[in-house]
Design a protein around this ligand. Sequence first.
Ligand code: PEP
Length: 249
Amino acid sequence: MTIRKLAAGNWKMNGLTADIAEVEKLARAHPTPSCDVLICPPATLIAPMAQAIGTSAVAVGGQDCHATDAGAHTGDISAAMLRDAGASHVILGHSERRTDHEETDAAVRIKAHAARASGLVSIVCIGETLAQREAGVTLDVVTSQMDGSLPDGCTAADTVVAYEPIWAIGTGKVATMDQIAEVHAAMRAALEARFGAAAADIRLLYGGSVKADNAEQIFAVPDVDGALVGGASLKAADFGAIVAALGAA
Ligand code: PEP
């Protein structure tokens, strides 16, 4: 089965209105990319970015959503609101949210359920700490996080899973190709055991210091169906090079 790959950019808490120009530049440079392209800016930029890039090949996503559609939750944003603003995807359970906001697998799971109900694709993030890797428990940690964070009935139409070793995020340290291959194979097997044939084309992204100069090597690893990119997604030239490498993979 051929999986259409996904290059997803996570802007985190970066970006002001003027930075939408970078995404317009990206969309102009890649009018018909050979992979899906997504930018997840801060919530303030979702609607203006979606309007600015219109019907281009670049999609827009959120970085988190609440588990309910509306109500007394000051400062939160719902999946329905993201969708209304022009988002098609939402990142859930990023390690920074698991740390900064104490998000548990169970919390991520109900958010993913809410995202699906609003027609959003969830990009569910999992990954081990350096201490867990050194203790030799990486595969147990990531498969247990994945199992706890995904709701029942996931398919490729509503779910993407991103493996992001925490020690590789924003550090310039990249997992070795063997480490990535081992984890992605374990993720695929666990997805197939739980979701059956529907799991075969669920996209598995690698994230953690992906840059133009390591993208080609990472995209050649089996079961890597794209990347979730932080720092190198902020500038059109940097992210465009990753999009090109993924399209050629
Ligand atoms: C991320 O934030 O998901 C990420 C992978 O960041 P970076 O690419 O900067 O390591």
